[in-house]
Design a binder for this molecule. Structure first.
Ligand code: CO
Ligand code: CO
Length: 322
């Protein structure tokens, strides 16, 4: 569901407040965080979706990496996970589900987490994901509210996988363009998260369904800052621009675009990057607000991480893109 509709759905519900609830839903963070002891917080999140790649084992890995990512985006370490499955038993052999679950299990093990159970329903459309529980130290969290003026914005994976996956599905771009995309989506955000904590960062989010600008807008609002994003610096998957030229847009992209419209000021020719910056991502990278004196160290430790902008004192708009 798009961020605009989701906000409307949640608005009438009473907000939950409890001294032990360190991060609730108000700040659009990646996971809920609940204090269980002075030095231990639980990090809880869930994510599932329909396949965006053909191979079941790949899909299982991508879906798991995506779900685990929300724990990393809070500065947590995943410890346990539960499978969530909707499966069309009349249309697909059961072996397909075994391969999906094997992919999810292998990725969870790579993350150091155990899959301890799950729930399966028969449905017309296949969907898979995980509910993940992680642990974190309450003094070392990465929240949307933690960005400070002067921090530098670092993105750890290229964007464009929504557009590219759509083009591949429609067969309007060569299948070879999908190989890099799948590898990037399978990559865990654990190293990026640990490097962020080591650099003294207090703010990160992962780039998923709301696109780079949608997630960035949540940081700007929760931290009461303005984010300055240099469109030309944002890393983009090979083939995504070509896919866009061939008309590979999605309804999710349109929903994100209309949601962020009022939060973004476009300068110069930055609008050329509009669709890429609004593209919904699956298992995207972390967007981290890194203290400026730790930037060089962070970039040297994280292969593929790129500085894409900086955090400014709050101006009259949430995001400036130039
Ligand atoms: Co997230
Ligand atoms: Co999520």
């Amino acid at each position: 569901m798009g961020p605009g509709d989701l906000s409307s759905v949640l608005a009438p519900l009473a907000s939950v407040s409890d001294p032990r609830l360190l991060v609730g839903r108000e700040t659009f963070d990646d996971a809920g965080v609940y204090l269980v002891a002075d030095d231990l917080a639980l990090v809880q999140t869930v994510d599932f979706f329909a396949p965006i790649v053909d191979d079941p084992y790949d899909f299982g890995q991508v879906a798991a990496a995506n779900a685990l990512s929300d724990v990393y985006a809070m500065g947590g370490q995943p410890i346990t996970a539960m499978n969530i499955v909707a499966f069309p038993t009349a249309d697909l052999p059961l072996a397909v589900l075994t391969d999906i679950l094997r992919g999810g299990q292998d990725k969870a093990h790579e993350a150091g987490a155990l899959i301890v159970g799950g729930h399966t329903v028969i449905d017309t459309e296949l969907k898979y994901g995980l509910a993940v529980t992680g642990k974190a130290h309450p003094n070392f969290l990465l929240t949307n509210a933690g960005a400070k003026p002067g921090d530098r914005l670092v993105l750890t994976k290229p964007i464009g996988n929504g557009i590219l996956a759509t083009a591949l599905k429609r067969g309007i771009i060569a299948a070879a363009a999908g190989a890099e995309m799948i590898e990037v989506m399978k990559k865990l955000n654990g190293p990026a998260s640990r490097a962020a904590l080591a650099s003294g960062a207090k703010c990160a989010t992962d780039i998923t369904g709301f696109g780079l600008l949608g997630h960035a807008s949540h940081i700007a609002r929760a931290s009461n800052v303005t984010l300055h994003i240099h469109a030309r610096s944002v890393p983009v998957l090979d083939g995504a621009r070509e896919a866009l030229k061939q008309g590979a847009t999605t309804d999710g992209l349109k929903r994100n675009a209309s949601y962020v419209e009022e939060f973004v000021e476009w300068r110069g020719s930055a609008r050329d990057y509009h669709d890429l910056l609004c593209d919904p991502q699956t298992s995207g990278g972390l967007l981290v607000a890194v203290p400026s004196d730790k930037l060089a160290n962070y970039l040297s430790k994280m292969e593929g991480a790129v500085e894409i902008g900086e955090v400014l004192e709050r101006e009259n708009i949430a995001i400036v893109v130039d």
